[in-house]
Write a protein that binds this ligand. Structure first.
Ligand SMILES: [Fe+2]
Ligand SMILES: [Fe+2]
Length: 384
């Protein structure tokens, strides 16, 4: 093969002919031109030497013992390492049919015997030039392929680094959100399990509504901080045993606005959604909620979902003013209403999604009971 980086490289020619006289003659022509030569005296030897020496050009006699020039040509062309070596076939007065066979086997050019030195060397030079171009092209292609592979590996490495960075940012947000939420829950009659269950309930309802996995995941985090604003409510109101005065109730309602303010102004999609959830999870579809008496679709979907997810869990849980209700009773209250709750409070689509998957919420309630500690809850929420 050509060593393109070495200018003094002498092309190597294999001469195969059973006539020693012709071999000598051709060798002297070639060496006069500065080419290196090797000799083979039958077809079999020609194939072997082509394989081991990989010359830059082969001169072949048509009729040789053991394997004909045609057989040698076929063997060279069927080898992926040799297939582009130029072959000049030396022939006597062969007919058209024979020449066509040789061309279709892969012979590059012919030279009639007796050999005309000038013509043969001209053909050799042309063939070698073409071979050199072909080698250069192959080398260039190999370099390009190497470059593409190297760039691909670099890109894959960068992509893996970005993915890892995203994952740790994601975990950082998730942990911050959960820790914030745990802080708020420490002071409430709710436990860490309440936020866990509301988060899971919200995810279930969002999935049942056909929301995509990114939305469902964001909402799972956003729901965790729905009551974060309670950290700013004084203990005597937050932990009061008995009914609120009007002033206490209006202060209590402020946990929505305060929570939204705490979560506002972030670039994080979780926190942006969390802000909306904190602000609107007590709004009602019929406009009777707080803090802004929004109604219908002016309430963001995430607020509508968390509203029902939160109400379900509140009804299941014992409060100072009420016992814990069964799943059946809770289902009836949410879908049929009672003195405090009405189906009109909920987005009809969210309510009908709840009706489809209500047993999943019962499962979540049973699986995440309040006997677990806040730390368990935190670890558990982070691992989901
Ligand atoms: Fe709330
Ligand atoms: Fe809640």
């Amino acid at each position: 093969m050509f060593q393109t980086s070495v200018n003094s490289y002498k092309p190597h020619i294999l001469i195969a002919d059973d006539s020693r006289g012709i071999v000598q003659l051709l060798r002297s022509f070639c060496e006069h031109e500065g080419y290196r030569t090797s000799e083979a005296y039958d077809g079999f030897q020609a194939i072997q030497m082509t394989q081991t020496l990989q010359p830059d050009l082969v001169m072949l006699d048509m009729n040789m013992p053991k394997a004909s020039g045609l057989d040698v040509t076929k063997a060279i062309r069927s080898d992926t390492h040799l297939f582009d070596i130029p072959i000049i076939m030396l022939t006597g007065l062969t007919g058209r049919e024979e020449r066509l066979k040789a061309v279709s086997a892969g012979v590059s050019d012919f030279q009639n015997k007796p050999v005309d030195r000038e013509e043969l060397m001209l053909r050799v030079r042309n063939m070698l030039r073409m071979k050199k171009m072909s080698d250069l092209l192959q080398e260039h292609n190999r370099e390009l392929e190497d470059l593409v592979q190297q760039r691909t590996r670099e890109l894959e490495k960068v992509l893996a680094e970005v993915t890892e960075a995203n994952r740790s940012i994601h975990e950082g947000y998730a942990e911050t959100i959960n820790r914030l939420a745990v802080v708020s829950e420490y002071r409430d009659e709710d436990t860490g399990m309440h936020i866990k269950r509301v988060s899971l309930n919200s995810r279930e309802i969002a999935s049942a509504l056909g929301m995509d996995s990114g939305y469902v995941e964001n909402l799972g985090y956003a729901a965790v901080t729905h009551d974060i604003g309670k950290v700013a409510i004084p203990d005597q109101i937050l932990l009061k045993n008995g009914s609120f005065t009007d002033l206490e109730r209006s202060l209590m309602m402020k946990h929505t606005v305060i929570g939204a303010q705490m979560l506002s102004g972030s670039n994080s999609p979780y926190l942006n959604m969390a802000e909306k959830v904190a602000l609107t999870h007590h709004e009602r579809w019929d406009g009777s909620g707080y803090p802004n008496q929004l109604s219908g679709e002016t309430i963001p979907l995430e607020g509508r979902i968390v509203s029902l997810a939160d109400q379900y869990d509140a009804l299941r849980t014992q409060r100072t003013y009420k016992p814990a209700f069964s799943h059946k009773k809770t289902y009836d209250i949410l879908t049929l209403g009672d003195q405090r709750t009405s189906p009109e409070h909920f987005c009809p689509e969210v309510l009908s999604a709840f009706k489809r998957i209500h047993l999943r919420l019962e499962e979540i309630y049973q699986n995440f009971q309040d006997s677990l500690t806040l730390e368990d809850s935190l670890a558990d929420t982070l691992s989901n």
